[in-house]
Design a protein around this ligand. Structure first.
Ligand SMILES: Cc1cc2nc3c(=O)[nH]c(=O)nc-3n(C[C@H](O)[C@H](O)[C@H](O)COP(=O)(O)OP(=O)(O)OC[C@H]3O[C@@H](n4cnc5c(N)ncnc54)[C@H](O)[C@@H]3O)c2cc1C
Length: 388
């Protein structure tokens, strides 16, 4: 059955006709193309790569960038696309987030003209896939401690080190890799097949099963100076990319929460217990549904406001921390409550809830954990950093 949307407080009245049209397009794509395959993909731990050309044709890759074939969507339209994709599965939304916010955005913002002309059309059209290598085995929340190094040698750079937990890693034609140089942290485009570069996939995940996650290894990996991102200097460059991705996550998880809420709402009306009455007739059940719809509505308003601020270039990283942290925690709790209301059925993949719940555990951790975003907000309101 096609998704009707979740709108308790006339939030749709905040969207323009164009924004609603973009949402409708993404909604139909999720319903007709992702949902029919996603359960099997999740079971088989397979990313549905056959959908990449279609997502590209619909303008979902690098959707809020201008030029190079990109759709030039505003940030609310972009957010609504993320919402609908994640309503289907966080793994598919992750693919689009990484490709757009973590690969195209750094090339767009920090790349040379040649890098932009070479890679952005390929990445926008889905003819190339990219990944973003920041996290290392010993440095997750604290990427500034990274050990991967890049040493200049004539016209090239020699990279040594390891990145891990990299979405799209082994599927990528190009990796945006962050490494320590004598001048500070710099970004490099490492192309598939570069000497000394190899990838291996991480298996055994109970979360993000429909997403490729890999480790990247650099052993005297040589890349030309022309593959360094010339305008990226210091940790603030990768952090600016994370801000783009976190903004999309703040919207995406709304989709997962809506799917969990709507699944529980429909189930509670149909499922009967005690005197053949629907479980929806019980106060404890209604209280859970009331909590979910209230929190979803508040999270929608937060996302729309953040989107409008972003379009006015007034959205700051500390604002995005609040959006990401609040909306992910909200979605995770919706998934848990929905799982509860579905009883035993809630643990099967006949319903999407347990899949969302497992995926959202990753979304809570990546792109800055809940704790780290709390510390960003804490620093913003006190002026005192408390990370160490
Ligand atoms: C499926 C998946 C895909 C991912 N994709 C990518 C990707 O594409 N590219 C990439 O670079 N990375 C990626 N990541 C990595 C992700 O960004 C990291 O896992 C994340 O930054 C957390 O790092 P960590 O796992 O090392 O946890 P740690 O940093 O070891 O944290 C463990 C716990 O300690 C807490 N903690 C740490 N420091 C503090 C502190 N100062 N105060 C309070 N609490 C603290 C954390 O909040 C957390 O609860 C991915 C991860 C997953 C699971």
């Amino acid at each position: 059955m096609a998704f009707r949307g979740v709108d308790y407080l006339c939030v749709d009245s905040l969207f323009s006709d164009e924004e609603l049209l973009v949402r409708q397009t993404a909604r139909r794509f999720a319903d007709e193309r992702i949902l029919p395959v996603i359960r099997d993909c999740y079971r088989d731990a397979r990313f549905p790569s056959e959908l990449i050309p279609e997502m590209a044709a619909l303008g979902f890759l690098g959707a809020n960038l201008e030029g190079y074939g990109c759709a030039g969507m505003n940030n609310v339209e972009y957010g609504l696309v993320m919402q609908e994709l994640e309503r289907a599965d966080s793994g598919v939304r992750s693919f689009v987030s990484v490709q757009g916010a973590l690969v195209m955005y750094p090339i767009y913002s920090y790349g040379s003209d040649e890098q932009k002309l070479k890679w952005l059309p390929l990445l926008q059209s889905g003819r190339a896939v990219g990944c973003f290598g920041l996290t290392e085995p010993d440095f997750g929340s604290n990427p500034g401690g990274m050990r991967t190094t890049a040493q200049r040698d004539g016209d090239s750079w020699v990279l040594n080190g390891e990145k891990t937990w990299i979405t799209n890693g082994s599927a990528s034609h190009v990796a945006v890799v962050w490494a320590r140089t004598p001048q500070g942290i710099r970004g490099f485009l490492v192309e598939r097949g570069a000497p000394g570069y190899s990838t291996s996939d991480i298996h055994g995940k109970w979360s993000m099963r429909a997403s490729v996650t890999s480790s990247l290894s650099f052993s005297d990996c040589r890349v030309p100076e022309s593959n360094r991102l010339p305008a990226a200097a210091g940790l603030k460059a990768p952090l600016s990319c994370l801000s783009q991705a976190r903004y999309g996550i703040g919207w995406g998880v709304l989709g997962a929460a809506m799917d969990c809420y709507e699944t529980a709402r429909q189930y509670s009306v149909l499922r009967k217990q005690f005197d053949n009455r629907p479980i929806a007739s019980h106060q404890l059940v209604q209280e859970k549904l009331a909590w979910m719809i209230t929190e979803i509505t508040k999270a929608q308003l937060l996302a729309v406001h953040a989107g409008r601020l972003k379009d006015q270039h007034r959205l700051e990283p500390a604002h995005i921390s609040m959006l990401k942290r609040n909306n992910v925690a909200m979605a995770l709790e919706c998934a848990r409550l929905s799982r509860d209301l579905l009883g035993a059925n809630g643990i099967t993949d006949e319903y999407p809830v347990m899949r969302h719940l497992c995926n959202l555990e990753t979304v809570k951790t990546y792109e800055g954990t809940d704790h780290i975003h709390a510390l960003v907000i804490g620093e913003r309101v006190t002026g005192v950093p408390a990370y160490r």
